[in-house]
Design a binder for this molecule. Structure first.
Ligand code: FPP
Length: 246
C-alpha cells in the first residue's frame, strides 16, 4: 500500500506505452503452445490496466499486434484475433467499472470484420469515460503511420489547405494516429529484448526507456510499480542542464 502512496506523491508519467513481449518464450518454457502464452498475456493486460487506472495514469498504450505480426503462422494470428474479441467482450465491464475509455491505433481496416466490429462496439460504449485512455495498437507500424501522415499533409498542401511554411510539430501530431495523446513519458519493454520494433517512433522522442527481463505473462502490478519508481528516479532534462532545471 505504501508503495502506491509513494508513487502517487511524485510526478506520474502521463503516458505509459508497453511493448508486451515474451508470450511465446513463456509458453515454451512451460512446454506449452505459444497460444497458451498469449492467453496468459491477456491476463497480464488486465492486471496492468487496472493498476494503471488505480495509480492515476491518464494514458496507457499497449502494442498488441504489429503490422509485422501478420507474417506469423496463420493459426497463431487467428488465435490472437480470437483472443482480442473474447477479451474485449469479457472486459467491457472492467472498462466501464473503472471509467476507462478504449481507443485503438493502427491500420484498423485490415483487421478481420469480427474484431473491427467488436473493437468499435467497445470504443463507442466507453467513449465518454475519462479516468484513463487505454489505447490498443493493432496492426500498428510506426513507419506506416508516418507515411500516412506525410501523405495526408501533402494532399492538404496540394489543395492549398496548409502552406508548407506552416508545417510544424503540432501539424504532424494532429495527423498521427495518436493525435489526441500526449508524447510517451515511459516506454516499457518486457522479455529482455532492447529494441523499439517500429513502435511510436515520433512519440517516444523524449520517453524514458525501461527494459525488464520479465516475460509478459509474468508481468504483474508489482512490476508496473517498479518501472514507475525507476522512472520517478530519473531526471528528465529535455536537452537542458541539471542547473537549468533546478
Ligand atoms: C509478444 O510475444 C506478444 C504479442 C505479439 C501479442 C500481444 C498480445 C497479448 C498480450 C494478448 C492479448 C492482448 C490483449 C490486448 C487482450 P511474442 O509472441 O513475440 O513472444 P516471443 O518473443 O517469446 O515469441
Amino acid at each position: 500500500m505504501n508503495v502506491i502512496k509513494d508513487i502517487k506523491s511524485k510526478a506520474l508519467p502521463k503516458h505509459v506505452a508497453i511493448i508486451m513481449d515474451g508470450n511465446g518464450r513463456w509458453a515454451k518454457k512451460k512446454g506449452m503452445l505459444r497460444t497458451f502464452g498469449h492467453e496468459n498475456g491477456a491476463k497480464a493486460v488486465k492486471q496492468v490496466v487496472e493498476a494503471s487506472a488505480e495509480l492515476g495514469i491518464e494514458n496507457l498504450t499497449l502494442y498488441a499486434f504489429s503490422t509485422e505480426n501478420w507474417k506469423r503462422p496463420k493459426l497463431e494470428v487467428q488465435t490472437l484475433m480470437k483472443l482480442l474479441v473474447s477479451s474485449l467482450k469479457k472486459e467491457i465491464k472492467t472498462l466501464q467499472d473503472n471509467n476507462i475509455k478504449l481507443s485503438a491505433i493502427g491500420n484498423l481496416k485490415s483487421l478481420p470484420t469480427k474484431v473491427y466490429n467488436e473493437l468499435f462496439d467497445v470504443i463507442n460504449t466507453t467513449k465518454t469515460n475519462n479516468r484513463m485512455t487505454l489505447t490498443l495498437a493493432l496492426s500498428y507500424g510506426s513507419r506506416e503511420e508516418l507515411l500516412n501522415t506525410v501523405k495526408e499533409i501533402s494532399i492538404k498542401v496540394k489543395n492549398n489547405i496548409i502552406s508548407p511554411e506552416k508545417i510544424d510539430e503540432s501539424i504532424i501530431n494532429e495527423h498521427l494516429y495518436t493525435q489526441n495523446l500526449p508524447d510517451v513519458d515511459l516506454l516499457i519493454r518486457t522479455s529482455g529484448e532492447k529494441r523499439i520494433s517500429n513502435f511510436l517512433l515520433w512519440q517516444i522522442a523524449y520517453a524514458e526507456l525501461y527494459f525488464t527481463n520479465t516475460l509478459w505473462p509474468d508481468f504483474t502490478k508489482q512490476h508496473l510499480y517498479e518501472s514507475i519508481i525507476e522512472y520517478q528516479k530519473r531526471e528528465r532534462r529535455f536537452g537542458k542542464t541539471s542547473e537549468q532545471l533546478s
